[in-house]
Design a protein around this ligand. Structure first.
Ligand code: SAM
Length: 412
C-alpha cells in the first residue's frame, strides 16, 4: 500500500518513495534505472503540476490538450517509464532514439543511462513542447539529448544506428525507419495497437536474415495516439445503452448494419468460466480471441458495475470487451459478478443468428480456459510489408503500411 503524502513532503522524499514503490512492484529491476529515476527532479520539467501527482508511481501528468479537450501529450506514468527503460536495456555509451519526447522527462532519464559517452535523440512533433523540453533539459544541465521537432515516423536517419528505440506515443505500425535505423541486436520498445488491443512490446531482430523482428512479451498499456504519417484511422460506432464498438482493423464493418444488429433480440450464454478479482488473465483471453475472431472488434459497455434488466450484476471494463460481427449477429464477451471474489464470463449476441453466434463465442472462451489459460503470452512477429503470404508463419496476420504482423498464441 502507498504511504499517504503529507503537505510537508519534499521533492526528494516523494521521489525516493516513488522509487521504493517501483522497486517493490518490480517495475524498476536494475540499479542504473533506480539511480536515474531517483535523481531526476521531474517537477522542473512540469512547471505548475502538483508535486504529489508528479511523483505518483501510477499516474500520468497531462501536459497538453487539443481543442476538444483530449490529452495529446502527457508525462508518462512512472511505472511504465521504468518498464520501458528496463526493457530497452540501455548501456553506457549507447545511442537511443525516442519517439514522442513531450517535455523531455524520459529523454533525460535515458540520457543518464547512456552517460556522457552516449547520446539520446528525441523526436517530438509539437514545436511548443520541443521548446519546453529544450529549456528544461538545459536547466537540468543535461547536454547529451538532441531534442528535435519532427514526425517520429521517420526516426532520425542522420543520427543512427540506434542501440535502442523507445516509442512513447501509441503506434499501430513498426515503422520501417525505426527498424532500418536500429543497430544489430537493438531493441524497439513500442506501445502498439493491433486488432484494437494496446500492448507494450519489446521487439528484437530475428537472426534468420529475413529482416523480421519478434516480440515475446507484452504488457497492457495505453498512450496518447501517434500523430503524423504513422497515424492510423479507427472508428467508433455508437450503440444503444451508452455502448460503443471500436473498429481498428476491419474498417469495412458497416456501422448501420452493426447498429441494426445491436437493436435486435438479445441471446445470453454463460460459460461457467470464472475469473477471480484482480486475477490478471483478461488481456490473455482478449489476445487469444483476437487471433480467432474475424473481424475482431472491441465492445465498450457503459463502464463500471450495473444491475441490468435481466437481473445480472454486469461489470463493464474500461479497456473494453472482445467482440465480433457477422451479417447475422453482433456478439461480445461480458462478465457478471458471481460473489465477492469471482466473476463469470458470458456472451451476449444480438441479431437473427444470435443464438448460434453466442454459443460459438462461449465455446471459444471455454477452449481458452481448458487449453490456453495460464500459458505464455502471444508471440508477435513483424515482417517487412512485401513479405509474401507463403513466407509467413502460422498465426493471425495484421497488415499495416510498413509491416505484416503475425500474432501466434500457443496452447499451455
Ligand atoms: C505520452 S507523450 C510522451 C511522454 C514522454 N516521452 C515523457 O517523457 O513523459 C506522447 C508524445 O508523443 C508526441 N507525438 C505524437 N505523435 C508523434 C509523432 N508522429 N512524432 C513525434 N512525436 C509525436 C505527442 O505530441 C506527445 O508529446
Amino acid at each position: 500500500m502507498s504511504t499517504p503524502v503529507t503537505c510537508t513532503d519534499t521533492s526528494d522524499a516523494l521521489r525516493a518513495r516513488m522509487v521504493e514503490e517501483l522497486r517493490a512492484k518490480k517495475w524498476i529491476r536494475t540499479q542504473p534505472v533506480a539511480d536515474a529515476m531517483g535523481s531526476l527532479a521531474k517537477e522542473s520539467f512540469l512547471p505548475g503540476a502538483d508535486l504529489a501527482l508528479v511523483y505518483s508511481a501510477d499516474d500520468t501528468v497531462p501536459v497538453k490538450r487539443n481543442a476538444d479537450g483530449h490529452t495529446v501529450s502527457s508525462a508518462s506514468a512512472p511505472w511504465l517509464v521504468a518498464h520501458m527503460l528496463e526493457e530497452a536495456r540501455i548501456q553506457p555509451g549507447d545511442r537511443v532514439l525516442e519517439i514522442g519526447g513531450a517535455r523531455g522527462i524520459n529523454a533525460a532519464l535515458a540520457a543518464q543511462l547512456v552517460g556522457p559517452a552516449g547520446r539520446v535523440v528525441s523526436v517530438e512533433i509539437d514545436p511548443e513542447l520541443v521548446d519546453d523540453a529544450r529549456a528544461a533539459l538545459a536547466g537540468a544541465g543535461i547536454t547529451n539529448v538532441d531534442m528535435r521537432c519532427g514526425d517520429g515516423h521517420y526516426g532520425a536517419a542522420d543520427a543512427g544506428p540506434f542501440d535502442a528505440v523507445i516509442v512513447t506515443a501509441q503506434a499501430t505500425d513498426l515503422a520501417t525507419t525505426w527498424r532500418e535505423q536500429a543497430a544489430p541486436g537493438a531493441r524497439i520498445v513500442v506501445p502498439l495497437t493491433l486488432l484494437g488491443l494496446s500492448r507494450c512490446y519489446t521487439f528484437q531482430p530475428c537472426e534468420d536474415g529475413g529482416g523480421s523482428w519478434r516480440a515475446e512479451r507484452q504488457l497492457l498499456c495505453g498512450f496518447v495516439a501517434m500523430q503524423g504519417d504513422g497515424a492510423h484511422r479507427a472508428e467508433r460506432i455508437a450503440l444503444p445503452g451508452d455502448a460503443e464498438l471500436h473498429v481498428t482493423d476491419a474498417l469495412d464493418v458497416a456501422a448501420d448494419r452493426v447498429l441494426g444488429l445491436a437493436q435486435g433480440e438479445q441471446k445470453r450464454v454463460w460459460t461457467g468460466v470464472q475469473v477471480a478479482r484482480m486475477e490478471p488473465v483478461i488481456p490473455h483471453l482478449d489476445q487469444y480471441l483476437s487471433t480467432r475472431l474475424t473481424p475482431y472488434l472491441r465492445y465498450f459497455g457503459p463502464s463500471g458495475q450495473i444491475l441490468d434488466p435481466g437481473g445480472e450484476r454486469l461489470s463493464w471494463l474500461g479497456i473494453g470487451h472482445s467482440a465480433t460481427a457477422t451479417t447475422g449477429a453482433l456478439t461480445y464477451v461480458v462478465m457478471r459478478q458471481v460473489d465477492e471474489r469471482f466473476h463469470e464470463f458470458g456472451v451476449f449476441a444480438h441479431g437473427p443468428d444470435a443464438g448460434q453466434a453466442a454459443q460459438r463465442l462461449a465455446d471459444l472462451v471455454r477452449r481458452w480456459d481448458a487449453e490456453f489459460r495460464g500459458g505464455a503470452d502471444a508471440v508477435v512477429h513483424a515482417f517487412p510489408a512485401d513479405t509474401p503470404d507463403g513466407s509467413l508463419p502460422p498465426g493471425r496476420v495484421v497488415d499495416r503500411p510498413g509491416t505484416r504482423f503475425v500474432i501466434a498464441q500457443a496452447a499451455r
